[in-house]
Design a protein around this ligand. Structure first.
Ligand SMILES: Nc1ncnc2c1ncn2[C@@H]1O[C@H](COP(=O)(O)OP(=O)(O)OP(=O)(O)O)[C@@H](O)[C@H]1O
Ligand SMILES: [Mg+2]
Length: 1034
């Protein structure tokens, strides 16, 4: 009986299943132990197939990771994926290689125990790929060591080099590992990779000289020919065409679309530099690679005695140079065999067949030893440089095992026998370790241990390796015994010794039906992963791995530094027969098993979905996957612990259980209604019998989780929004208080400023009469400024506006100056703005003012009346007068009254002003013309009358004397006359009376007296009496 799921462990939640049964239906279960029918092969395959269809290539069997090769990039190894799997519990995340990687790494760090990841699976299942991903994970996620950060690069870069030399295209895999690899990565106490070491196992060297149809030699040959620089190839004496080399044409597929030799070559060249290869070492290494190709092209021809002779001199020449050996020695070694008999050395010539054998043996030896040297060289580069530091002593080791996978070909030989034996051995180890640990767990938990029916392959291992009775022992015996031993005698011996073994079959031993499928030179082993028929041809030779002595000697003399390390002279003197290949391999496997047993194991089981190496073809029935499933489906699995992950399903255990965990689980189980046959309680774990019990619980948990999640969500949202609100409120208050503070401070500052200003003003006012000092300066400036500002607003609007603000005492003088300036400015502005007519008007008015202002009573009345250019139009003046005046223009004309000189009779006349004279006109006749030169003056009274007298030069006989006239516009008429005649200074304003010349020798007088109204009469005294009203205007 198997139980699944246990609980109460302190290692946290270990079960996470795809949510809900629907998902389970589609993608299957992520752990095979959860399969209802876990022993069924079909259920196992069906689960794998479902997951593979959904691109879920990883599934657990307890702690074992099963990986199905997708044959395409699923983008699941990115940095994000690495981060996702770091530090999380194994079962909390979907199955992934990185989950294993991280669990192993954490165990290494926390428990400080060495770990080993065993990656197994048949050829092409993805072991090497998985190893690379694991290394990549550690390189990228582990902390960098303080010194020697290059270790990470070296660890990564050792891969392409080893793959170039140790991998080849086979029918099963285009990049098949033809050697076994176990790599130790060393971590310091901080978890940083500080070094590494590689152990390699049995390189399939027969491939160097022979490949099956559709297979290739090791990648490096093709890479060198395809990618090598012209210069390099010339130096090595190589042609670019692989068809030119017999060692490369056997498989007839030098070019493969899935392999890019050219770019791989570049990667290898770069990698060589990273792992400390000098240019010389690279040259030496390539010389050896080239020499193998040249060796393949060495031909022999038989001489008369049927002895082989080298016919390809050119090749021999290149070989001599590339391997740095004596040409003649090499030629001899290739065609002769040295035998030491009774202490004497004898040279025996070889026939054609023997010579070809010797040549191929040399090629294989050169290549395989170079490969071993390469591993050693890489190890030196990976070795921790810090061996003396204290941290080195506390290093832990993580081992990665990537061995060649189980393989079955049409024709299987010694190599397949070794490879499959190796896989058998590892399967045995796996069974032992997992069974043991499960048994231990059951015992520790106090649960009765019931063995599971599963196929234990120990019986096959024994068949191969048992002392005296095992196949290897029989093979060795046949190799070593004296006499004619052949591959067929070996087969016979086998048949004799192990004929009753259930996993062994030959043509002779088989029943009628099976016999047809077996050749006479074949034996069949029923391996754990399937039947394989091996052809015995070559078993003895390959097991003996014989290299003729003189070939060894020649190589020992090589000057090529790598060759001289590969072929050690001590080998020649060693009398002891070397161990056979099979025995060496068996021993190395035993050592490997020991190494693995000393470490905490983790398992990755790779499965190949189809033999066509193609993506998207999920596990057709009867394929290798089935084979592997059969081998693993019944294998043991450790039940994952069931932690109080289900406590939320029971009110008594939710939210926490205070009592003993065991009691808590008992309460929980009771509440969930588990029937007694459904589970068993261990000491720290509960073992559940049926997956459906677990799934039902899991589904209930899913529902419970959803409701809990809703509650948590609601609570969280409430909390979140409240926090947000409180934050906003706090912020608002903060902003408010800050703003209020700012406003308050501004107001206070303003008040302070106001108080200071008032204080300064008051103080200044008090001290305003003292000389300027700091105390009153502000006040004085203020008064001045405000006066000036006021002045600016109250400036007089026009010249007549005499208003002016009162200045402060200090500005009195400035104010006066300003006022003058202002008036001047206004006047200037006014002057600029007046028209010529108006200017003339004003000039005349100014002259009138000069003459009459304050002197004549009716002057003020004349001021508001404008002077008119003339009071008589041209039509009012007689044409005859105009004719008399000729070209003289009339500047001014006005109707006047003339008083006779004698009787003072008033007579209407016109007064005309020309540029030269005053002309008195009576109707159409010029009565009197007074040239300005003769006009001596003009008299007028100071009263308000309109009379005036034009004084004429007395000596002018032609004149009739002065003229007494009256004009209604006396001021205007006189002003114009005075201006025309230039007599402005000759106007007399008289008070009382005016005397005038009334004619030759006779004077007249006009008396003026003030009265109430104007009366002009002739007085009795013969004077003209004028009474004129007086205005108090003077
Ligand atoms: N996880 C993976 N994702 C994508 N492709 C993969 C994966 N694993 C393997 N492959 C593909 O399958 C090929 C074979 O894988 P790999 O070389 O790792 O097989 P192997 O198990 O090492 O075989 P062998 O025993 O012959 O060495 C790889 O070259 C790669 O193309
Ligand atoms: Mg591989």
């Amino acid at each position: 009986m198997r139980y699944r799921a246990s609980a109460l462990g302190s290692d946290g939640v270990r079960v996470t299943m795809e949510s809900g049964l629907t998902a389970r239906d589609r993608v299957g279960v992520q752990d095979f132990v959860l399969l209802e029918n876990f022993t069924s092969e079909a259920a196992f395959i069906e689960n794998l197939r479902r997951r593979f269809r959904e691109n879920l290539i990883y599934t657990y069997i307890g702690p074992v990771l099963v990986s199905v090769n997708p044959y395409r990039d699923l983008q699941i190894y990115s940095r994000q994926h690495m981060e996702r799997y770091r530090g999380v519990s194994f079962y909390e995340v979907p199955p992934h290689l990185f989950a294993v990687a991280d669990t192993v790494y954490r165990a290494l760090r926390t428990e400080r125990r060495d770990q080993a990841v065993m990656i197994s699976g048949e050829s092409g299942a993805g072991k090497t790929e998985a190893t690379k991903r694991l290394l990549q994970f550690y390189a990228e996620t582990c902390p960098a060591p303080k010194r020697g950060g290059a270790v990470r690069d070296r660890l990564l870069q050792s891969n392409p080099v080893l793959e170039a030399f140790g991998n080849a295209k086979t029918l099963r895999n285009d990049n098949s590992s033809r050697f076994g690899k176990y790599m130790d990565v060393q971590f310091d106490f901080k978890g940083a990779p500080v070094g590494g070491h590689i152990l390699s196992y049995l390189l399939e060297k027969s491939r160097v000289v022979h490949q099956n149809h559709g297979e290739r030699n090791f990648h490096i040959f093709y890479q060198l020919l395809e990618g090598g620089e012209e210069e390099t190839l010339r130096r090595l004496g190589l042609e670019r065409n692989p068809q030119s080399y017999l060692y490369l044409v056997k498989g007839q597929c030098a070019k493969v679309s899935s392999i890019n030799d050219k770019s791989d070559w570049k990667v290898v060249r770069k990698a060589l530099a990273v792992i400390d290869f000098t240019e010389d070492e690279v040259e030496d290494l390539l010389s050896i690679v080239a020499s193998v190709l040249h060796l393949g092209n060495i031909h022999f021809a038989a001489d008369e005695e049927s002895n082989a002779q080298v016919t390809t001199e050119n090749q021999l020449k290149y070989l001599t140079r590339l391997l740095s050996v004596e040409g003649s020695t090499l030629r001899e070694a290739l065609t002769h065999r040295k035998i030491i008999a009774k202490g004497e050395e004898l040279l025996s010539p070889l026939n054609l067949e023997q010579a070809a054998y010797a040549r191929d043996a040399l090629a294989k030896a050169v290549y395989s030893r170079t490969f071993s040297w390469l591993v050693g060289k890489i190890n030196r580069s990976l070795a921790s440089k810090d061996v003396d530091s204290p941290s080195w002593r506390s290093t832990t080791v993580l081992g990665l095992l990537d061995i060649y996978g189980f393989e079955v070909f049409q024709h299987n030989s010694f190599e397949q026998f070794c490879i499959n034996y190796c896989n058998e051995k590892l399967q045995q180890l796996f069974i032992e370790l997992t069974l043991k640990s499960e048994q231990e767990e059951y015992e520790a938990e106090g649960i009765a241990w019931e063995p599971v029916p599963y196929f234990n392959n120990k019986v096959i291992c024994d068949l191969v390796e048992e002392k005296f009775k095992g196949i290897i022992s029989i093979l060795d015996e046949e190799c070593l015994r004296p006499g004619e031993a052949t591959d067929l005698t070996f087969l016979e011996k086998l048949e004799d010794t192990v004929k009753h073994h259930p996993h062994f079959l030959t043509h002779k031993l088989a029943d009628q039906r099976t016999r047809k499928s077996l050749g006479r030179g074949e034996f069949r082993l029923l391996h754990y992963a399937g039947e394989v028929t091996y052809s015995v041809t070559g078993f003895l030779d390959k097991n003996n791995d014989l290299l003729f002595r003189n070939l060894k000697e020649t190589m020992c003399s090589s000057k090529n530094p790598i060759m001289s390390q590969c072929f050690d002279r001590s080998e020649l003197s060693d009398k002891k027969r070397p161990e056979t290949v099979a025995t060496q391999f068996k021993m190395s496997l035993l050592q490997l098993v020991e190494i693995l047993q000393s470490k905490e194991p983790a398992y990755v089981r790779c499965i190949k979905p189809n033999d066509a190496k193609q993506p998207g073809r999920p596990l057709p029935p009867g394929t290798s996957a089935q084979r592997q499933g059969a081998a693993w489906g019944g294998a043991v699995c450790i039940p994952p612990p069931l932690v109080p992950r289900y406590k939320s399903l029971c009110p008594e255990t939710w939210p926490s259980w205070a009592g003993r965990p065991q009691d808590g689980v008992a309460v929980l189980v009771r509440h969930l209604g588990y029937k007694p046959e459904e589970y068993k309680m261990g000491r720290t774990k509960i073992f559940i019998r049926f997956p459906k019990t677990l799934f039902a619980t899991e589904d209930a948990l899913e529902l419970r989780r959803q409701s809990l999640a809703t509650k948590i969500q609601a609570a969280w949202r409430g909390f979140h929004w409240r926090q947000k609100f409180l934050r906003a409120k706090r912020s608002a208050i903060c902003i408010q208080s800050w703003w209020r503070g700012t406003l308050g401070r501004r107001k206070a500052a303003k008040r302070k400023w106001a108080a200071q200003t008032i204080r300064r003003l008051v103080r200044g006012f008090i001290l305003r009469h003292t000389p300027r000092c700091p105390e009153n300066a502000f006040f004085l400036d203020h008064v001045r400024t405000s006066f000036l500002l006021r002045l600016r607003r109250q400036l007089p609007r026009n010249v007549l506006d005499t208003s002016w603000p009162t200045p402060p005492p200090a500005l009195r003088e400035a104010s006066e100056l300003l006022r003058e300036l202002c008036v001047k400015n206004m006047v200037w502005k006014y002057c600029r703005s007046i028209s010529p007519e108006w200017k003339q008007q004003l000039q005349q008015k100014a002259v009138a003012s000069e003459i009459f202002k304050g002197k004549k009573d009716n002057y003020p009345q004349s001021v508001p009346r404008l002077f008119i250019s003339t009071r008589l139009g041209a039509d009012e003046i007689s044409p005859r007068v105009l004719q008399a005046l000729g070209s003289e223009p009339i500047q001014y004309a006005v109707p006047v009254v003339k008083y006779d000189r004698k009787g003072y009779k008033p007579r209407a006349r016109q007064l005309l002003l020309t540029p030269n004279a005053v002309v008195i006109v009576e109707d159409a006749k010029v009565k009197q013309r007074i040239d300005y030169a003769n006009l001596t003056g003009i008299s007028v009274s100071s009263l308000s009358d309109n009379l005036f007298v034009l004084h004429v030069h007395r000596e002018d006989n032609r004149q009739k004397g002065d003229v007494v006239l009256q004009s209604d516009h006396v001021i205007e008429t006189l002003t114009k006359t005075a201006l025309s005649a230039d007599r402005v200074n000759n106007i007399n304003i008289n008070q009382g009376s005016i005397t005038f010349a009334g004619g030759p020798g006779r004077d007249g007088t006009i008396d003026f007296t003030p009265g109430s109204e104007l009366v002009i009469t002739k007085a009795k005294n013969g004077h003209l009496a004028v009474v004129a009203p007086r205005f108090n205007s003077r």
